[in-house]
Write a protein that binds this ligand. Structure first.
Ligand SMILES: O=c1ccn([C@@H]2O[C@H](COP(=O)(O)O)[C@@H](O)[C@H]2O)c(=O)[nH]1
Length: 235
């Protein structure tokens, strides 16, 4: 089976959303990511609607709060028919565990519990920012491994990381864990807010379980051709 290319639908209205969805093919073969922009604009009703249409939904709200608040938030998200959701691993093991428990408690009987992915270091964070702004004494790869180990012990199903870290993560954290990787740029010399980037074929070579791609598809002159090319390169 093909590994998912998750399309990040970072748009601010339903018309733009529909235009992109029309290019992506059958809902039950498509995984879409609803992030802050779309969710804050349209709310949970849209997520339920997309789920009812058959899309696999990655709801990426990156919860990060005290464990009790995250438990109750995750419990609400589990009612929306989503496949994946996210927390920040930096929230700590108790918070990650609370998110998982909230998802279990909120999932309707007979439905599958959404997979919990913990964001390690955002793919926009560079080595310099990690050291000089986060004052982290570990190099990026060790910091990401450490956060992934914490997330796994706390009950997460996987992590969000850069493809550049997946090989080491598979060795040190295991293959029984999901490595979902944004920071995908089809051209190696891209320069934008992403920092730890890789091409779809590098992500495949390094062992990403799934890739998350936004602007290289949504801003392409032909989004359908861009999506198909990325799927081909990753699988
Ligand atoms: O570390 C992270 C965590 C999440 N993201 C999200 O992925 C997409 C990437 O979009 P592009 O347009 O391909 O850069 C975006 O929705 C982010 O919120 C991430 O990039 N890095």
């Amino acid at each position: 089976m093909n590994k998912p290319v998750i399309v990040a639908l970072d748009v601010d209205n339903s018309e733009k959303l529909q235009k992109i969805l029309d290019k992506l093919g059958k809902p039950d073969e498509t995984t879409i990511k609803v992030g802050m922009e779309l969710f804050y604009h349209t709310g949970s009703e849209l997520v339920k609607k997309l789920s009812d249409q058959g899309y696999n939904i990655f709801l990426d709200l990156k919860l990060h709060d005290i464990p009790n608040t995250v438990y109750n938030g995750a419990k609400q998200l589990a009612r929306l028919g989503i496949t994946y959701t996210t927390v920040h691993a930096l929230g700590g093991s108790q918070m990650i565990h609370a998110a998982k428990e909230g998802l279990i408690a909120g999932t309707p009987v007979g439905k599958t519990v959404p997979k919990l992915l913990a964001v390690t270091e955002l793919t926009s964070i560079s080595d310099e920012v990690l050291k000089n702004e986060q004052n982290c004494s570990l190099p990026m790869n060790e910091q990401v491994v450490s956060l992934a180990q914490t997330a796994k012990k706390a009950g997460a199903d996987g992590v969000i990381c850069s493809p550049l870290e997946v090989r080491e993560l598979r060795e040190k954290v295991g293959d029984d864990f999901l490595y979902v990787t944004p920071g995908i740029r089809p051209k190696e010399n891209s320069s934008d807010d992403q920092s730890r980037i890789a091409t779809p074929s590098q992500a495949k070579e390094f062992g990403s379980s799934a890739i998350v791609v936004g602007r290289p598809i949504t801003l392409a002159s032909d989004p359908q051709a861009a999506y198909e090319a990325i799927k081909k390169e990753f699988n």
